[in-house]
Design a protein around this ligand. Structure first.
Ligand code: FAD
Length: 497
């Protein structure tokens, strides 16, 4: 209700927000979560909540009239198509030099991501979060996050036999023949459910190409894990299709939060204000950074420090495909959930996941998303004339990532006598260097905040999402985001409440 007061207000329902809500509620605090995306709990006229990658419809994209598929070409032809403008689940947010993909809805990125749940190698942790005690993370918070998320690894015997991971086995063979370590990558997809999909006893999801625009079954999204437990406490309420636009100091050490309610075409229907004792920014790296940079620059939160908006990285994401020989098919049947990768981090600065191309036909393509040690960092800033926050990332800043990915794929190509695909990202374009799935940073831990996410200058304001992490996690990021949130909220509950 307008003018209402809440104890803890959480902006966003992704990993950081879900951890904060659960732990605060368990500590006896009433929590209100504000989420700009939809609830994603009601099927459409086809009986499904989410649409398929092969048939993107109004549910696919966040307020666009045309799809913007990460792999935007197939056999050299553009594949994007017109769609009705709707508050769909995947946001392809365009900045000057990069498109940043993000999930929109209750569950945040967990709705759209591949579910790959990777804990960084211990020896790399110092580069991920230099101010955090690694012993505590590896003894307590990473195990807690993995348990809370329901992380598990594929049964290797099933991997060896199912037609749906033919592409993974080809990836393994090529990695090993070139001398690279091949690794299974844990995931939050329910592997038993996937086996039943193959057996035909349950409705197919991963095995029917569901990914990117949501999985209707099988994937343990935050809706099924942290958020379900948070709601079960009875202390957590969630308002979907509500967007926070301002957080301003109010009397008594409280904050006034301004919230716009939107309809499914994105139009604002009502503007509300509530007061909150504490506000947790969990709007994701981009969402939190945009809010904080604007609120500082426009004088609403002028005491935020100069680190706000800085230290943003793309986790070194770069994509490519390889063209295999005709005797090396990757399969017309492909599980949409990746389960394995190639680890050349120590020697070449690249960790490549063997990714699916679930087109339904044989493509003879091996497709990879590489995470690389790209050192470039960008900054968000307020453009007063345009009235928006901009990001100064440049496409050319992906060149180090391409060089690192080439340490793997040039060698495999030369060993196998194969070449790069040039038809997946344009006409004669090898590298998918225009995008990231892994935005990180913008309110870096121990810089924009203290070492537990408390924003400098404003007691009661916290950051608890991917914006705390300075640009790279060496692997896929959500386990680290979850574990760091578990660490920080435990400290905040113990000392601030
Ligand atoms: P998010 O999960 O992004 O949640 C932020 C939430 O806040 C969103 O729901 C958003 O709608 C909401 N929000 C934003 N602004 C506002 C506002 N002003 N008011 C109200 N609500 C707001 N990571 C992995 O580890 N493994 C993978 O396999 C993997 N695959 C991926 C595949 C894709 C296609 C994408 C897009 C991402 C993938 N990721 C993967 C990345 C992972 O999903 C993100 O790192 C993670 O979701 C970030 O968590 P977060 O808590 O920082 O924010």
């Amino acid at each position: 209700a307008p003018g209402a007061h809440v104890s803890a207000l959480v902006i966003g329902t992704g990993y950081g927000g879900a951890v904060a809500a659960l732990r605060l509620a368990q500590a006896g605090v009433d929590v209100h979560m504000i989420e700009m995306g939809m609830a994603w709990d009601t099927p459409g006229s086809d009986g499904k909540i989410f649409c398929n990658t092969r048939e993107p419809d109004y549910r696919s994209y966040w307020l666009r009239t045309r799809t913007k598929a990460p792999l935007n070409y197939f056999l050299g032809f553009p594949i994007d198509r017109d769609i009705p403008r709707h508050t769909g689940v995947l946001d392809a947010e365009e900045f000057g030099g990069i498109t940043v993909y993000q999930g929109r809805g209750v569950g945040g990125g967990s709705l759209v991501n591949g579910g790959m749940a990777v804990t960084p190698k211990r020896e790399n942790f110092g580069s991920v979060l230099p101010s955090v005690n690694a012993d505590e993370m590896y003894n307590v918070y990473y195990p807690r996050a993995n348990a809370g998320l329901g992380v598990a690894t594929i049964d290797p015997a099933w991997f060896d036999t199912t037609p749906y991971y033919q592409y993974g086995r080809v990836g393994r063979k090529h990695a090993q023949r070139s001398g690279f370590p091949f690794v299974f990558v844990p995931d939050v997809y329910d592997w038993d459910y996937m086996k039943q999909e193959e057996a035909g006893t349950v409705t197919k999801s991963a095995l029917a190409g569901e990914i990117l625009y949501g999985n209707n079954h099988g994937k343990k999204t935050l809706q099924k894990t942290y958020l379900a437990r948070a709601k079960a406490t009875g202390r957590v309420t969630i308002s979907p299709l509500h967007k926070v636009t301002s957080v301003a100091p109010a009397s008594g050490g409280r904050y006034t939060v301004t919230i716009e309610q939107i309809d499914t075409t994105g139009n604002v229907t009502t503007t509300k204000t509530v007061t909150a004792d504490r506000v947790f920014f969990a709007a994701g790296s981009v969402g939190t950074s945009k809010l904080l940079v604007r609120l500082k620059a426009t004088g609403v939160l002028p005491s935020l420090n100069g680190e706000v908006g800085k230290g943003w990285g793309d986790n070194g994401n770069v994509m490519c495909g390889r063209a295999n020989h005709l005797w090396d098919p990757t399969g017309s049947l492909q599980s949409a959930i990746p389960c394995c990768g190639i680890d050349n981090w120590a020697a070449g600065g690249a960790f490549a996941e063997v990714a699916p191309l679930p087109t339904g036909i044989e493509t003879f393509a091996s497709f990879y998303l590489s995470i690389t040690r790209n050192p470039n960092r960008a900054q968000f800033s307020w453009n007063a004339a345009a009235g928006k926050v901009e990001l100064n990332w440049q496409t050319a800043w992906k060149q180090p990532s391409i060089a690192m990915a080439k340490t793997i794929f040039d060698k495999i190509n030369s060993k196998e006598g194969t070449i790069y695909r040039t038809d997946l990202f344009g006409v004669y374009k090898i590298w998918g260097d225009h995008l990231t799935y892994h935005p990180l940073g913008g309110a870096v831990l121990n810089k924009a905040t203290d070492n537990y996410g408390r924003l400098h200058g404003y007691p009661g304001l916290y950051v608890i999402d991917g914006s705390l992490i300075p640009g790279n996690t060496t692997v896929n990021p959500f386990v680290t985001i979850t574990a760091l949130a578990e660490r920080n909220i435990e400290q905040i509950i113990a000392t601030d409440l």
